[in-house]
Design a protein around this ligand. Structure first.
Ligand SMILES: Nc1ncnc2c1ncn2[C@@H]1O[C@H](COP(=O)(O)OP(=O)(O)O)[C@@H](O)[C@H]1O
Ligand SMILES: [Mg+2]
Length: 302
C-alpha cells in the first residue's frame, strides 16, 4: 500500500513522523510537494505529474500543506479525491476550516458555543461592532491566518478601528471577536482522528503573551480531558467534515467555547506533551480509508 503525504518538506516534524509511522505499518510513504505537482484534467483522462514524471497510483492521501498554499494544495488534493483516492480530509472541508469566519458560522449553526464574532466592512460600523462583542479589549483576526500571526488584541476602540481599516486597505479581511479574558492565555487542543478523541493537552501562553500557540512560545501540559471537551471536539470535527482535526477550546465564563478547528494540525506539541502516538492513529486511519475504497483488509494488507 502507498500513501501520499502532501507536504512541502520531509524534514517537518509531522511529515517526518508520518513517514516513520507509515514504515511501521508496512505502508510506502510518498511525500509529494504540492508545488511540484502539475495536474492535467481533460475529457477522457487525468494525470498528475510530479517533477515532470507521471505518478503511480497511491491508495490514500494525507494532506499536510500549510496556509500559504491552501488553494493550490487543495487543487492537487481534489485531483486525488476525484480520481477515487480517499483523503483523511477533503478539500472542501479544508477550505472551510481555513476560513475562520466561515468555520465559526458552521460551528455556531450546529449549536456549538463560539466567541461572539463579527465581520464588518463599513468602517462606520466598527465601533458598534466592538460594543456588540463586549467592548475593549477586543480581538481582531485575519480571516486566514495561523500560528497566532494576525491575531491582535487591542485595548482601545480608536486603535481597533484604525487597525481594521489598515488591513482592509491592504486587501485583508478581519473579524472582530469577543476577548475571552478568563481563559488567561490558555486553551485546550484536542486531536480527533476518524471521529474519535486521540489526545488532548493544555497550552499555556508564555509570560506577557495572550496567544497560546506553540509557535509563539507556549508550553504544552498534559491534562485530563472532561467529557464536555471530548463531546465538543468530536462534534466540531463532524460538523466541519474533517477526518483529522485539531480542535481548540477556550474556557470562558459562559462555558467551553470552540475557538477554531485546524484541518492539518501539527503533532509535535501534543506528542511531546502527552507521549501519545498521534501519527500512528493518522496513518492507521488513512490505511482504513484505503482499504475501504479498494477492498483490502487493513490488518493483513490483502
Ligand atoms: N477571542 C479570544 N479570546 C482569548 N484568547 C484568544 C481569542 N482568540 C485567540 N486567542 C488566543 O490566540 C491564539 C491564536 O488564535 P487562533 O484564533 O487560534 O489563531 P491561529 O489560527 O493563528 O492559531 C489562541 O490559541 C488563543 O490562545
Ligand atoms: Mg489556533
Amino acid at each position: 500500500m502507498r500513501i501520499a503525504i502532501l507536504s512541502r518538506k520531509r524534514s517537518l516534524y509531522t511529515t517526518r513522523r508520518l513517514i516513520e509511522e507509515c514504515k511501521e505499518q508496512d505502508v510506502e510513504p510518498v511525500v509529494l510537494n504540492p508545488l511540484k505537482c502539475d495536474i492535467f484534467v481533460g475529457k477522457d483522462n487525468r494525470y498528475l505529474y510530479y517533477n515532470k514524471k507521471k505518478q503511480r497510483r497511491v491508495d490514500a492521501v494525507i494532506p499536510r500543506f500549510g496556509f500559504s498554499i491552501t488553494h493550490y494544495g487543495n487543487s492537487i488534493l481534489r485531483w486525488f479525491v476525484d480520481s477515487g483516492v480517499p483523503s483523511v480530509a477533503n478539500p472542501d472541508a479544508i477550505a472551510v476550516a481555513r476560513d475562520k469566519f466561515h468555520s465559526l458560522q458552521v460551528l455556531s449553526q450546529a449549536g456549538l458555543k463560539v466567541p461572539a464574532s463579527i465581520m464588518v466592512r463599513n468602517p462606520a460600523n466598527i465601533s458598534k461592532a466592538i460594543d456588540r462583542v463586549g467592548g475593549v479589549p477586543v480581538i481582531i483576526k485575519l480571516i486566514r491566518g495561523t500560528q497566532g500571526v494576525g491575531v491582535i488584541i487591542l485595548e482601545s476602540k480608536q486603535s481597533a478601528e484604525s487597525t481594521v481599516d489598515a488591513f482592509w486597505r491592504l486587501g485583508r479581511h478581519m473579524l472582530i471577536q469577543q476577548y475571552i479574558i478568563e481563559s488567561r492565555g490558555t486553551d485546550v487542543r484536542v486531536i480527533i482522528v476518524d471521529g474519535e478523541v486521540v489526545a488532548g493537552y493544555k497550552r499555556v501562553a508564555k509570560y506577557g503573551e495572550f496567544r497560546s500557540n506553540i509557535h509563539k512560545g507556549a508550553i504544552g501540559e498534559p491534562i485530563e480531558l472532561s467529557d464536555e471537551h471530548r463531546e465538543i471536539a468530536k462534534k466540531s470535527a463532524i460538523v466541519l467534515g474533517l477526518g483529522v482535526a485539531g480542535v481548540d477550546i477556550l474556557e470562558s465564563a459562559q462555558g467551553l467555547m470552540v475557538l477554531e478547528v485546524n484541518a492539518s494540525p501539527g503533532i509535535e506539541g501534543i506528542e511531546k506533551a502527552t507521549q501519545i502516538n498521534v501519527g500512528k492513529n493518522i496513518v492507521a486511519y488513512a490505511k482504513k480509508l484505503a482499504a475501504e475504497s479498494s477492498g483490502i483488509d487493513p490488518g493483513t494488507g490483502q
